[in-house]
Write a protein that binds this ligand. Structure first.
Ligand code: FEO
Length: 397
């Protein structure tokens, strides 16, 4: 770990996890990640904002010792999840005088997870300001950007927002700042999709609150620092806003080529109508790419063969993810084929109660698709084009 200065007496201490392939045994990390802590040295007191993954505690302590840090007054815990709080016990062993500052929800989660002694924890309130001497930290609660406990810490004199997970990105990079914006945008999009999208109304509320804050820099706890705050804030405003784009996401799989033929036909028809289409074979689903595709898509078409009168289990998993991620998608349809049971569309729809969509007519055929099934897919393509152009749909029930 190297120590890098963001502003005089304000330092980034980033534990870069180049090799991590999976987060929480769930989220693919194609570009690794980082866990960022930040040290703020005031004229009277010193605060560390967030820590790092517990597997990298030693690196953080070594870096702090290498700076000649003899005393640490505060450890600000913006969020209790272990990738940011997990090194607190090791830090308290090294700096027993430090007090852990946390809001009431974060405090109870820290107590449960880390078994911290009550005397080590000091409660902070929303909008409370603490002085470090010539620098001061203001705390802003931003609950439910994916956990109920998150705080943003604002370093008032240097106008830096320490946003923890919010506005972050899983990206291992040697860049201190988000200079490669295309790369950072891809990583931040996936991160938003997987972590924040289910809480879109809260994201919008917190973005609104940040409009009243004078921000020079945003320093998240994953990924590079934003020296151009409007870059990430405007992306978040777009992703979390109500507007969708005319994009069709098609999670699909096929057992005997019938559903595959229907998907190929529909993709061609939609492309022929100038729509953006993204099919995902869900047998080996990249959940990060799938989640990212759902962020702004207007339409989802689930395409599944029937297994035991319901969707194929791989499709049930994709539906579970789509339902849990609560995208702002406005239209959906189900297509597929069956051998003997016709109940797949109903069973699949029942897995998707969180999608607030208008359902277009399903196309579910017995065995291989026939001319009338392709005609039904033509009508579905017409309907998808119509709803994306804001026209009235005539064939939807
Ligand atoms: Fe990066 Fe919610 O922890």
């Amino acid at each position: 770990m190297i120590v890098r200065e963001l502003k005089p007496k304000v330092y980034s201490l980033s534990a870069i996890d180049w090799d991590r392939k999976l987060f929480d045994e769930l989220v693919p990390l194609p570009e690794g990640t980082s866990y960022n802590a930040y040290l703020v040295k005031g004229s009277e007191k010193t605060a560390l904002i967030d820590t790092v993954h517990p597997s990298m505690s030693d690196d953080l302590i070594k870096a702090l010792k290498g700076m000649g840090l003899a005393r640490l007054d505060y450890i600000v815990s913006n969020h209790a999840e272990a990738d940011h709080s997990g090194s607190i016990p090791a830090l308290l062993a090294e700096f027993p005088e430090a007090r852990v500052l946390a809001n009431v929800k974060c405090r109870s989660l820290l107590k449960a997870a880390l078994k911290l002694p009550a005397e080590a924890l000091t409660l902070i309130q929303d909008e409370q300001v603490i002085s470090l001497g010539d620098k001061s930290l203001r705390f802003m609660w931003v609950p439910w950007v994916h956990w109920p406990d998150t705080t943003i810490t604002y370093l008032q004199e240097d106008r830096i927002v320490f946003s923890c997970d919010f506005l972050g990105a899983h990206l291992a990079t040697s860049d201190l700042y988000a200079s490669d914006e295309a790369r950072v945008e891809r990583a931040a999009l996936t991160y938003y999709a997987e972590i924040m999208m289910p809480y879109r109304p809260n994201v919008n509320k917190h973005l609104k609150r940040l409009e009243g804050v004078d921000i020079e820099m945003i320093a998240p706890s994953h990924g590079p620092v934003h020296a151009r705050p409007d870059f990430i804030l405007s992306l978040y405003r777009r992703w979390a806003g109500d507007q969708t784009r005319p994009q069709v996401v098609i999670p699909y799989l096929s057992m005997y080529e019938s559903t595959a033929k229907m998907v190929a036909y529909l993709v061609d028809r939609l492309m022929g109508k100038g729509l953006s289409v993204q099919p995902f074979n869900v047998v080996d689903l990249d959940s990060g790419r799938f989640a990212s595709a759902l962020v702004e898509a207007s339409t989802i078409v689930f395409a599944s063969p029937t297994v035991l009168d319901g969707p194929h289990p791989a499709m049930a998993y994709a539906a579970y993810l789509a339902n849990a991620l609560r995208p702002k998608t406005k239209y959906a349809a189900i297509i597929g084929s069956y051998g003997w049971g016709t109940g797949m569309p109903e069973s699949l729809t029942a897995l998707l109660p969180n999608l607030k969509v208008a359902w277009l007519d399903a196309v579910n055929t017995g065995g291989a698709p026939r001319a009338e099934d392709f005609a039904a897919l033509d009508r579905l393509a017409d309907d998808i084009r119509a709803v994306n152009l804001g026209q009235e749909v005539v064939s939807a029930s």
